[in-house]
Design a protein around this ligand. Structure first.
Ligand SMILES: [Ca+2]
Ligand SMILES: [Ca+2]
Ligand SMILES: [Ca+2]
Length: 198
């Protein structure tokens, strides 16, 4: 009897040892990402926390910004991307449509594709304002970073780009089998231009 109980206990223990890493691993596709910065240079550090594709920015106990429910935030970086001496918030997100409420008059077709976008925000007096918002990107961003990639004293945006895969209708996702490349985006006066892929 004692031996049977011990065997059961061993089996339960083995199950727990196997199951816990597997269950906890289910969340590893989108691990929380946290970083800190002082984008408004007020001497108080903001906390940038990405959980389940929602980005929240807090300064102390005050919540300064939360990404809208329609945005599915993949990754972000802090850095002075437009080289004006102040750090910016650079966000890669997925959402439906390119134009939102402000649609160019020359665009009258459907605007319902769900694809990847790059948005840049600046923080001034506790308010985030958009500096630049891309329409659908030609290739989805898999990761991004802001640094002086060519050593000329100005920052660039360095991105790993993948390929789209159509999920259903006009809904797209990164293609796990698609080709990848590293590209360098240089900020010009009114937005980014793509330097040659590395
Ligand atoms: Ca601050
Ligand atoms: Ca800046
Ligand atoms: Ca540079």
């Amino acid at each position: 009897m004692v031996n049977v109980l011990n065997l059961r206990q061993i089996l339960v223990l083995v199950f727990i040892l196997l199951a816990v890493p597997l269950l906890s691993g289910a969340d590893e596709s989108a691990p929380p990402f946290r970083t800190a910065g002082d984008l408004d240079s007020d001497g108080q550090t903001e906390e940038y926390l990405l959980v389940n594709h929602v980005l929240t920015v807090k300064e102390g106990t005050q919540e300064l910004w939360k990404s809208p429910p329609a945005y599915h935030v993949d990754c972000f970086a802090l850095g002075d991307i437009d080289n004006n001496g102040k750090s910016d918030l650079v966000v890669s997100l997925w959402k439906e449509g390119s134009f939102g409420e402000i649609r160019p008059f020359w665009h009258s077709g459907e605007d319902n594709s769900y694809k990847n976008h790059l948005f840049v925000y600046a923080l001034r007096e506790n308010t985030f304002t958009s500096v630049w918002c891309s329409s659908d990107l030609d290739r989805p961003i898999l990761s991004l970073s802001v640094w002086d990639a060519d050593g000329n004293g100005l920052n660039e945006l360095v991105v790993e780009e993948g390929r789209y895969r159509k999920v259903a209708g006009e809904r797209y996702a990164p293609d796990p089998d698609g080709s990848m490349r590293t590209a360098v985006w240089q900020w010009e006066e009114w937005g980014f231009c793509l330097n040659e892929p590395l």
